[in-house]
Design a protein around this ligand. Structure first.
Ligand SMILES: CC(C)(COP(=O)(O)OP(=O)(O)OC[C@H]1O[C@@H](n2cnc3c(N)ncnc32)[C@H](O)[C@@H]1OP(=O)(O)O)[C@@H](O)C(=O)NCCC(=O)NCCS
Length: 144
């Protein structure tokens, strides 16, 4: 799929992704600090990926994991600083939510430290924490 608005484009073609830029951003992010490039590449290989492009330069990203039938998990959503505040993350997420392979999903899930406002506008609500359990290794990318 490919959609365009003004000088921006959203594309799910993985061959267009700028792996250097994505890794440079995600390795410094609060949620995956220190992630090895090979791990990021494996995560991209195993996910649906959506790039945001400005005149062919990639400026945004989101990655979706799931079974394309019942459940999807949203990860690694970002827009580069120079392009923020223009509605790109909202457009990206709206576009993803409308993709035919996700029609009829029972649950979308994501974790965010401070972007709840972005997702709330798209219909996401806080989860019932008592129902969810996890195994989490917060140091997996940083310990020797
Ligand atoms: C969060 C991020 C993706 C938003 O990108 P953006 O393109 O600037 O966002 P948009 O312009 O589409 O904003 C859409 C709406 O969400 C709101 N919003 C954006 N970022 C927000 C945040 N961090 N907290 C609360 N609301 C936010 C905006 O106010 C806007 O509301 P409006 O439609 O009423 O004006 C971007 O700031 C970013 O990359 N941050 C660093 C990485 C990050 O934190 N990613 C999210 C991980 S879950």
């Amino acid at each position: 799929m490919r959609v365009a608005k003004d000088s921006y484009e959203i594309d799910d073609d993985k061959s267009r992704l700028n792996m250097d830029m994505i890794h440079a951003f995600v390795v410094e992010s609060y949620w995956a600090a220190g992630i090895p490039r090979t791990t990021l590449e494996r995560s991209i290989a195993g996910s649906d990926c959506f790039g945001v492009y400005h005149n062919t330069q990639q400026v945004g990203f989101a990655r979706i994991m799931g079974d394309r039938a019942t459940f999807a998990y949203v990860a690694d959503v970002f827009v580069l600083p120079n392009h923020r505040g223009k509605g790109l993350a909202r457009w990206l997420m709206e576009t993803i939510l409308l993709q035919p392979q996700y029609k009829g999903l029972r649950r979308w899930l994501l974790a965010t430290r401070d972007a709840h406002g972005l997702y709330a506008k798209l219909g996401f609500t806080p989860v019932d924490g008592a129902r969810f359990m996890e195994i989490r290794d917060a140091a997996v990318y940083t310990q020797a």
